[in-house]
Design a protein around this ligand. Structure first.
Ligand code: CMP
Length: 139
């Protein structure tokens, strides 16, 4: 089934100059870029995006980190691209993410910062539609 998914290249990916490398992997996998934008997030936007994590111990540091610099927001299209991009991204914790994945090849723990894991990808059809509506309301 053709799907859409919301992908964010987080501030650590932008700061480290990894935008091109990560987009190269997405394109090499064969997904289509339906939207792409360099953005500075806002507290309001992140409150909506991370609503399900509100109250968790990592919520405040995560929001602070996501406000620490610009992010690249994009919408990918393709067959099963929601699980496909999550497979390209690798496990949440970059220390143990498998080699061959974005987080496994390019990420590591820089000191108690699991949230600095380079990328975000929607985790379900419902999250994808909700998150695309937040980041690209006109799409
Ligand atoms: P993301 O896919 O953006 O969705 C939630 C984010 O919270 C996740 O990626 C990580 O950046 C962050 N996160 C998840 N679990 C933890 C954790 N245990 N400690 C710190 N950050 C976390």
């Amino acid at each position: 089934m053709t799907q859409r998914t919301l992908v964010l290249l987080k501030p650590d990916a932008v700061r480290r100059g990894l935008v091109g490398e990560i987009i190269r992997r997405i394109e090499a996998k064969g997904y289509t870029l339906a939207a792409l934008d360099l953005r500075t997030a806002t507290p309001e936007l992140l409150a909506a995006h991370y609503a399900e994590h509100e109250g968790k111990p990592f919520y405040e540091p995560l929001v602070e980190f996501m406000l620490s610099g610009p992010v690249v927001a994009m919408v990918l299209e393709g067959e099963r691209c929601i699980e496909g991009f999550r497979s390209v991204a690798g496990a949440t914790d970059p220390t143990v993410a498998a080699p061959g994945t974005v987080r496994g090849d390019l990420g590591r723990d820089w000191g108690l910062k699991v949230q600095q894991n380079l990328v975000h990808g929607s985790d379900s059809l419902e999250s994808a539609e909700r998150e695309i509506g937040i980041w690209f309301p006109n799409l």
